[in-house]
Design a protein. Structure first.
Lengths: 149, 149
DNA sequence: CAATTTTGTATCTTCAATTGATACATGATT
DNA sequence: AATCATGTATCAATTGAAGATACAAAATTG
């Protein structure tokens, strides 16, 4: 599988959205994400459903933040994306009569669970606000790719 | 991508190898792994190079353990496999001028690094011996799939 | 109301990495 | 010499994300 970059992608976009006053179109945000508008909308759908952003149609439409970045954690966004699979490794089968396989699977699952718990705990402690560039001015465009043409 | 099951697979095989006296062929072990001999050999190559198992050709050939399970940890095996990618998530780009993206990537990388460190630490603390079925008798065949036909 | 803008979504194709499958040369044993 | 088993090359299949295109629906503008 390809590396899943959705989380990295939407975080980038959300931070930029914070720095703009008016709604920004999928077309422009997709460029800042390095992809196309349809992929962008598909990826952002979960965040809209979860109430972190809103989108409007027609003239003057586009995407805007609903809640302040200080109230959103990385865990919130990861959850809004549907908690994509974290690990690339897994077990072949899971319901087997083989005692050896059961022990192996249990050890792997336990380790993965502990590692994932730490992961999510850390995510829950990081607000999007803390990822803004040091000394960033609200509504200043930082990334050239989201600036108007 | 498919879930990477190589670690789970080889652990299963190693534990069974411990319970058999003579070398076991790729053909039989592949069946116990639920795959074919070529896949099995490809997967086990790293363990042979790392010196945990040996393989012999011709009549009476096959695979056997070189070191006792008490001296092998999950981390050893994971390393012998070439430390396959642990996480399914990643970042789209990595060298960018965008300050926002740099901060996002740094936060994700840091979290992944901590989570992976815990993962490897746990792996280093689990010996293959500890995964043997409770009360298992050395060289007793436990899994029907590796028993002679 | 008609034209334009923009989203929402369905439907492909592409891509990357593991996994599966076949073939065959090489080496060991009988 | 025949047989057995590994070592490895090569190609197809699989899976889920990502890329691309198309178009209906909704909102704004003139």
């Amino acid at each position: 599988m390809n590396r899943d970059t959705r989380l990295s992608d939407v975080l980038h976009v959300l931070l930029h959205l914070n720095q703009v006053d008016e709604p920004v179109t999928s077309d422009r945000l997709a460029k800042s994400m390095g992809t196309n508008p349809a992929v962008f909308r598909r990826t952002m759908a979960g965040l809209r459903n979860a109430g972190y952003v809103q989108s409007g149609r027609g003239h003057g439409g586009g995407w805007s933040l609903v809640r302040p970045l200080s109230e959103i954690t990385l865990l919130d966004i990861y959850t809004a994306l549907g908690q994509p699979a974290l690990f690339a490794i897994g077990m072949r089968s899971n319901n087997t009569d083989c005692l050896v396989e059961r022990n192996v699977n249990a050890a792997l699952k336990d380790t993965m669970a502990q590692s994932e718990a730490l992961f999510l705990e850390r995510f829950g402690a990081i607000t999007l606000e803390s990822l803004l560039p040091a000394g960033s001015v609200p509504r200043a465009v930082v990334c050239p790719k989201v600036a108007p043409d």
